[in-house]
Design a protein around this ligand. Structure first.
Ligand code: CP
Length: 304
């Protein structure tokens, strides 16, 4: 049973197939064509954390593909108040055809994928955010035509978004530089996984060096969900890791700016950059819809 818990779950050809399919679905939607590829398919959304983009884009995508949505959340399950996540998955997999799950702890996704008997899509975990990375890469391809050889600078913490972006871009031949405060870089397993990929992943601490001649400058919030109690300390640690117009002058003339959202204006990015001419942020957010439709179709087809 195929699942998509990490960008490493599909090889390069399979990843490019999803990206091509997403581009086609996007063009067809713009010309008013929708296809019921998920007719008679029931898909459950299980979210342990809040979400705007992921929840909405999956919901719309399922409807547009003719599928049926089952909305679950922590309030609608007994997980956390007695029922084990494996038991939940063993049951839910007998009703539905695909499970989309956002969890605090990545091992919960692994448990679900072992027990559900249907594909599971990672809608964000503490480890990774592979659907976001697919949308990011589709956006880079739209802007530059190809990703091989492109220089991508990620400014901020090397957590879930940076992990998936780095591995997916390196899988497709890009050069990724992640710049983070000491102790907030990419986990060592990511650097090990990146070895042997066609592109490169480097961890830096010099922001000017990371951004120099970059084609893409990407950032994420300094304070992720669940880190609110450490907000003040994190603001001090990440001060200086902001994308503003001065920083972008050090990048390539054609640089695009990316952010997975939600953004905290005035912290990791300025409003001027978010809404400025170099911003690809809004296309990037839209592309969540198209890549997730392509991903759901591929996973459902793999079960038929
Ligand atoms: N980027 C992202 O996953 O947004 P949400 O948390 O709103 O889903």
């Amino acid at each position: 049973m195929r699942s998509y818990l990490s960008v490493l779950d599909f090889n390069e050809d399979e990843t490019r197939e999803i990206l091509d399919s997403a581009a086609r679905l996007k063009a067809e939607r713009k010309s008013g064509k929708l296809h019921p590829y998920l007719k008679d398919t029931h898909i459950a959304l299980y979210f342990e954390k809040p979400s705007v983009r992921t929840r909405t884009s999956f919901t719309v995508g399922i409807h547009e593909l003719g599928g049926h949505l089952v909305e679950l959340g922590t309030l609608n399950t007994k997980i956390g108040s007695g029922e084990h996540i494996e038991d939940f998955a063993s049951v839910i997999g007998r009703y539905i055809h695909l499970l989309v799950a956002r969890v605090f702890d990545h091992p919960s996704l692994v448990d679900m994928s072992k027990m559900a008997g249907v594909p599971v899509i990672n809608a964000l975990s503490d480890d990774s955010h592979p659907c976001q990375a697919l949308a990011d890469v589709l956006t880079i391809l739209e802007r530059f035509g190809q990703i091989k050889g492109r220089r991508i600078a990620f400014v901020g913490e090397g957590n879930n978004v940076a992990v998936s972006l780095s591995l997916l871009c390196a899988k497709l031949g890009a050069e990724v530089q992640v710049v983070s405060p000491d102790g907030y870089g990419l986990p060592s397993w990511v650097m090990e996984s990146a070895n042997g990929l066609p592109g490169t992943v480097n961890q830096l601490q010099d922001i000017d060096k990371a951004v120099c001649d970059a084609d893409v400058v990407y950032t994420d919030t300094w304070i992720s969900m669940g880190q609110e109690k450490d907000a003040e300390e994190r603001r001090k640690i990440f001060t200086g890791y902001q994308i503003d117009d001065a920083l972008l002058k050090k990048a390539s003339d054609e640089v695009i700016v990316m952010h997975c959202l939600p953004a905290i204006r005035g912290e990791e990015i300025t409003k001027e950059v978010m809404y400025g001419p170099k911003s690809a942020i809004w296309d990037q957010a839209e592309n969540r819809l198209h890549v997730q439709k392509a991903l759901m179709i591929k996973l459902i087809e793999s079960t038929r």
